[in-house]
Structure formats: structure tokens, C-alpha cells
Design a binder for this molecule. Structure first.
Ligand SMILES: [Zn+2]
Length: 224
């Protein structure tokens, strides 16, 4: 997993166009939107609107816009409707691209690479060209993401790993959070055990401590 994940925000834009849980995951189909709007930003909005419309019968797990931020349209574990008979075993991601002649941004490549690393580690597939495919490669009627999509650039970004100094920094922050979590759990235990004594009348739930535990886990995962 890469620190790059922290840079790009995904909003929730749920699509009704999905099936149940995927029985397995072969890899990822990379798409581009080609909605023929006049900008990447209009394209992003139009894509979310299209995916949220039950009549369209299409979706993808994620959409990545020009600034690298994106949307989660279908839960990663469910079947999205992006590649016909491949849907049951392939994740799908759409990059905004109004027309075939519009280039992708650096942020789109970086955000895509971060997402692919996250998915590869969650679902256990290798980051190679057998497991990362263009829509055009599995469906000959399709041409996306097309000639402007730079596979060499993407594969180069996927080979980049986090510098050791960054890993160490993440682990240091995780240690601080872990200490804080321990203190918060201890405080809950102490207060809850003291109800009825020393004038203590309210309990203190463990929720904040549990959230801190979650943050520690996420930071350790990011540090790899
Ligand atoms: Zn496609």
C-alpha cells in the first residue's frame, strides 16, 4: 500500500446498478468515460449521474476525476456492471476522459496507482498486465481507455514503493496513537468501574478508544 492513498479523497456516490458479492477477484478492468462532455469536471458529474440512474444498468466500483479525487459507486466486494460477462470476477475503475483525444492527468495516474496497490493487497492479485487490463482488451467492441492511456507510466508508478523514512514516520505516528488508545481505554475502564463511587454518575463508552485502535491499524497497514 502507498502513502499516495492519503492524498486523494473519494466521495460516496452509490449506484443501484450492482449485483451481490463477487465470488473472486481476477484483477481490474481500466475504463475511461468518453461521455463527450466539454470538460473533465462535467464528465465526472455526468458519469456519477449516469451510474446513479437505475435505467443505465451500468456502474464501476470507482470513478477518478482530473484532480485525482474520485467516487466510490459500488462497494469493492460487490459486482459492478462495467464489463458484461467479466463483471463477476473483475473490479472496474473509470477515469474521466470526455473524448478519446483528451489526455489523462498526472493526478489521475497517481490516484489510479494508489487504488490498484490497495486493491491488489486486499484481494491478492499481482500488479501485472495479466491482472490489469484495458476494457478494450477484454471486449473488442470497446476502445477505452485508448491510445492516450500510458501503460508504461502506470506500471512505473506501481513499482514505486514508499521510502523507508516515510514508513518510519507512519510507524512513529501509529505508536503515538497506540499510546493514546491505551490511555483512553484505561480511562473508560476506570470511570465505568467507579460509577456509584466518589460521586461518579456517568459511564464513558469505549467508542473513542476503538476508533483510535482502528487508526493505529490503518497507519500500520499503510506503513506496510
Ligand atoms: Zn469501458
Amino acid at each position: 500500500m502507498s502513502i499516495v492513498n492519503l492524498r486523494y479523497h473519494y466521495e460516496l456516490a452509490p449506484s443501484p446498478n450492482h449485483g451481490g458479492p463477487r465470488p473472486g477477484t481476477m484483477g481490474v478492468v481500466i475504463h475511461s468515460t468518453r461521455g463527450n462532455t466539454s470538460s473533465h469536471y462535467e464528465e465526472y458529474a455526468a458519469t456519477l449521474a449516469w451510474f446513479s440512474n437505475p435505467a443505465s444498468q451500468v456502474s464501476a466500483h470507482r470513478v477518478i476525476g482530473y484532480d485525482g479525487g474520485g467516487a466510490i459507486c459500488v462497494d469493492d466486494d460487490l459486482i459492478a456492471w462495467h464489463a458484461t460477462d467479466h463483471n463477476t470476477r473483475w473490479l472496474g475503475v473509470e477515469l474521466t476522459q470526455p473524448r478519446i483525444t483528451d489526455p489523462f492527468s498526472e493526478a489521475q495516474y497517481e490516484s489510479l496507482a494508489a487504488l490498484l496497490k490497495e486493491w491488489a493487497s486486499a484481494y491478492g492479485f499481482p500488479l501485472d498486465r495479466a491482472h490489469l487490463v484495458a476494457h478494450s482488451e477484454i471486449n473488442r467492441q470497446k476502445s477505452d481507455p485508448g491510445p492516450l492511456f500510458d501503460w508504461d507510466k502506470l506500471m512505473g508508478l506501481l513499482e514505486e514503493t514508499m521510502p523507508d523514512a516515510q514508513k518510519a514516520e507512519l510507524n512513529r505516528i501509529a505508536d503515538i496513537f497506540a499510546g493514546w488508545a491505551k490511555l483512553r481505554h484505561g480511562l473508560s475502564d476506570y470511570i465505568n468501574a467507579s460509577v456509584g463511587q466518589y460521586g461518579v454518575s456517568d459511564t464513558l463508552d469505549e467508542r473513542e478508544g476503538t476508533e483510535l485502535d482502528g487508526a493505529v491499524e490503518s497507519l500500520r497497514k499503510l506503513a506496510g
